[in-house]
Design a protein around this ligand. Structure first.
Ligand SMILES: Nc1ncnc2c1ncn2[C@@H]1O[C@H](COP(=O)(O)OP(=O)(O)O)[C@@H](O)[C@H]1O
Ligand SMILES: CC(=O)N[C@@H](CCC(=O)OP(=O)(O)O)C(=O)O
Length: 289
């Protein structure tokens, strides 16, 4: 147990960070691989604490493994190309059901349970209020969309009202046809449109690793140009590819910092934002560190 004076020291240490981030937008992308009930609770506490000190947090979630599990149960084999799910009409229905109907609901409920008598989390899908307009990405991927427009004002309005948006990443085109959007891409587009200070990717790895089988081979910091060179590197595979591309696009699009951190570590978000500890991989446009 910490002594009361240790606790006070920790709180005081957070003060410069609170001053720096109060009033700023921070997009937190929670990867499906890091979603777990106990950790969701720690994440919910982090989001609520950040909100109470004035950080404008938007949570964007994935759920790839959760979609895979339902597809398996239905006897349908998931197929990916460069980390993106090939999405036929039936897969789109499953993605929509799992991301919007299950993962989003569970996260909203977890945050609101932690918030006790002041429920603040509001679930929004990219289809709601035209939040995410999409166009088809590649005919070979089926109903996979790329974001062409973000209605950032909708998120700012919710934040202005003291609410915390929790976004699931199914969007729609102008005709109302839904599309499956990679959650890393959607989070990036939202962060750019909101002119966010930071985008933080919570995933099931310590950050970007030189060698994916060696958790101690963390790459602590990179510029977006260095990151783009890495995307073709043999040590980067599967879901890490869209994540790296999204980090580079975010900082090149005006977001101050992108971070890839270990969502399996309880309170990773608070450690990243409000302490001196540098965790995970940090990406900036210029190398001014
Ligand atoms: N070079 C690398 N460094 C770290 N993780 C990597 C790397 N290459 C591949 N990966 C894998 O990418 C995964 C993250 O992608 P993904 O499972 O799609 O995450 P998320 O659900 O958070 O979007 C990690 O858990 C890891 O297994
Ligand atoms: C087009 C595409 O690949 N969409 C993703 C959306 C969910 C997602 O991105 O989930 P994670 O963040 O957990 O990977 C999918 O269907 O799995």
């Amino acid at each position: 147990m910490l002594s009361p004076s240790d606790t006070a020291t920790i709180l005081v240490q957070a003060l410069p960070y609170i001053r720096r981030f109060a009033g700023k937008s921070v997009v937190v992308k929670l990867g499906g691989a890091a979603i777990d009930e106990a950790l969701d609770r720690a994440l919910a506490q982090d989001v609520l604490l950040l909100r109470s000190v004035g950080v404008r947090c938007v949570v964007v979630h994935g759920g790839g493994p959760q979609v895979n599990a339902v597809m398996d149960r239905m006897g349908k084999a998931p197929e990916f190309r460069d980390g993106l799910r090939v999405t036929d009409a039936e897969t789109l229905e499953i993605v929509r059901m799992v991301l919007v109907g299950k993962v989003n609901r569970d996260l909203v409920a977890t945050i609101n349970r932690e918030a006790l008598d002041e429920p603040v989390a509001v679930g929004v899908s990219g289809e709601d209020g035209g939040l995410l307009t999409t166009s088809p990405r590649d005919p070979a991927l089926g109903f996979v969309g790329e974001v062409t427009r973000v209605r950032a004002g909708l998120l700012h309005k919710l934040l202005d009202d003291g609410l915390t948006p929790v976004v699931s990443t199914v969007g729609a085109d102008a005709s109302g046809q839904p599309y499956n959007i990679n959650a890393d891409d959607a989070a990036m587009a939202i962060a750019v449109a909101m002119k966010a200070e930071k985008i933080i990717y919570l995933t099931a790895a310590p950050g970007l690793l030189e060698d994916v089988s060696d958790p101690s081979s963390l790459v602590p910091r990179l510029t977006s140009a260095e990151l783009r060179d890495r995307i073709a590197h043999e040590s980067v595979s599967a879901g890490m590819i869209p994540k790296l591309r999204a980090c580079a696009d975010a900082v090149d699009g005006g977001v101050g910092y992108a971070h890839i951190i270990d969502g399996r570590v309880p309170h990773a978000l608070l450690i990243e934002l409000l302490t001196d500890e540098g965790i995970g991989t940090m990406i900036k446009k210029e190398a001014d560190w």
